[in-house]
Design a protein around this ligand. Structure first.
Ligand SMILES: [Zn+2]
Length: 170
């Protein structure tokens, strides 16, 4: 495994719609493993393949205190409710925003071994799934903020607060 470099705005690869993974094999599994390592090295809650320059529909997520996991070809099939949450992104360092997200979502896709996966999520996991799947469509969280007063520079950011980001903030 290897930690990779995370692309930041305004890299055009972040704006490209990613393509479906045709099959899950050793090379896509290695990519997912590298993404997990990168996410952990950067202290993120999630990472999408376009963020490391691969235009493929793969996301990885790790909720604090839980095991990391990958979803290949993830798709949100149901969204319920609406709430406003604080969000940040490894590709937009130094900023945070208030974004409207669903209260709960159901996501379908395939796991690391290629088995079909169905995730019922709420809270941080639902937020992370929406944030990371947006990346696969070239959408970054500031796109979802209409009121520009809700997108701001995070000042006096120390090492510790950097450890919480992508998809979430403390
Ligand atoms: Zn992000």
């Amino acid at each position: 495994m290897a930690a990779l470099k995370v692309l930041t705005e305004p890299n055009p690869l972040l704006r490209k719609k990613a393509v479906r993974v045709p099959f899950i094999d050793k090379s896509t599994q290695k990519l997912a493993a590298d993404m997990v390592e990168t996410m952990q090295a950067e202290g993120g809650v999630g990472l999408a393949a376009p963020q490391i320059g691969k235009s493929l529909r793969i996301i990885v997520i790790q909720i604090p205190e839980e095991e990391p996991f990958a979803v290949f070809n993830p798709e949100i099939v149901k969204r319920v409710g609406e709430r406003e949450v604080t969000e940040a992104c490894l590709s937009i360092p130094g900023y945070e925003g208030l974004v409207s997200r669903s209260i709960s979502v159901i996501t379908k896709g395939f796991d690391y071994n290629g088995k079909p996966l169905r995730i019922k999520a709420e809270g941080l996991l639902a937020q992370a799934l929406e944030h990371e799947i947006d990346h696969l469509d070239g959408i970054l969280y500031p796109d979802r903020i209409e009121d520009k007063n809700k997108f701001f520079v995070v000042e006096n950011r120390d090492e510790e607060s950097l450890i919480t980001c992508d998809g979430n903030s403390p």
